[in-house]
Design a protein around this ligand. Sequence first.
Ligand code: SAM
Ligand code: SF4
Length: 452
Amino acid sequence: MNVTDPKARKLHIVTHGCQMNVYDSARMADVLAPLGYAPVDTPEAADMVIMNTCHIRERAAEKVFSALGRLRDLKDATGGEMMIAVTGCVAQAEGEIILKRAPYVDLVVGPQAYHRLPELIAQVHRAKKSVIDTDFPVAPKFDFLPDAAAPQGVIANLTIQEGCDKFCSFCVVPYTRGAEASRPAASVLAEARRMVAQGAREIVLLGQNVNAYHGEAPDGGSWDLARLLYALAEIPGVSRLRYTTSHPSDMTEALILAHRDNPRLMPFLHLPVQSGSDKILSAMNRKHKADDFRRIVARLREVRPDMAFTSDFIIGHPGETDADFAATMALVRETGFALAYSFNYSPRPGTPAAGLAQIPEEVKNARLYELQAELRRQQDAFNAATVGLSTPVLFTGLGRHAGQLAGRSLYAQPVVVDCPTALTGEIHQVKITHANPNSLLGILEKKELIAA
Ligand code: SAM
Ligand code: SF4
């Protein structure tokens, strides 16, 4: 690696997994920018490649090792000069194992140590050997990371909470991301203001358990998520607010009412339920029952009738019988989702459910197939129901083809509109003319601006 000419340093970050990793990757680029690292689009052009990884399911973790194999060839082609770092949840969970399986990796850094990257890179150069940092510091990393620098565009993600104390039987997050920690409200508001100054109009608050947010209030005390959302809505230029991912147990009445009373908060909620069977929810240590989920959905629909829901499901958790799966299908049919993510249970080393008797793969596959067919049908029905309606669309940029603009509906559906004018960052009324499986087509209905 070229250490004599800092300006020549080039950084490529590969991001796997959730939106929080996307946010973390941007923060790592910010941490490394003062060292002269400029982002490049390909690993071939880079002096340093960071693989920011996901450990949530086995397949996600295995992807890291095959990608590392490919990076090794690139490193060899540079005579070993290219630096390779593994960050994220695989780094945290696998630590030393990464260096055993891929000894050409220079750095293994857990999600709580990104602010120490400059020091760790210097250590690699000094010691001429690989370095691991997977410590959980006493103070959360929010206290150390620099302010977000690079603009994200019209829709900006903002991490406000990290970690989890819930210990669901299947999940690695409490082990890889550590204890639940909320960022002080003043620092969230300051980052949101900067995002707006850089062109953001929609802010998506992120956290593994975002609705458990309890950050220090600007005047002492603490704010919950509902209070934070009201303060964010007052920032001039903030047109839309969303938050993800929420846990049913933390869906307070105040937060439910915010969907009615906060005009910037979208009528849309991602609320993972995982299963419709109380027996399985209890085995999962979820701390909520299927009826709690039903009550939250009903109450939100009562206060905000146009509310739409998305969710996550795990199929084939140890102990799941045909009757338990039928309870999940019943809950899905009854709720009606705009979209949902569903996964076969994947045993994760060190988590309680991994040690239990497992459901055969073919049983899991058959159930997942049935669930996904129903979810697909619901998603298609949800999208089809928008055809003919007039709906506000926030334009995010140019579409793929000339003369097209891309935007998002109230429900975060991608919308493509034939329109020669540059309306990026503005909200206009669009008549939906066609629904594709994952996007909508429309025509600009009213030229006048709803919000900018
Ligand atoms: N905190 C959120 C919650 O409580 O629902 C979810 C966070 S998790 C990062 C995202 C999703 O991954 C979960 O909702 C779950 O459906 C899925 N997931 C987590 N662990 C899994 C496992 N071991 N096997 C399959 N899916 C898993
Ligand atoms: Fe994982 Fe979410 Fe459960 Fe926490 S609440 S352990 S992040 S699934």
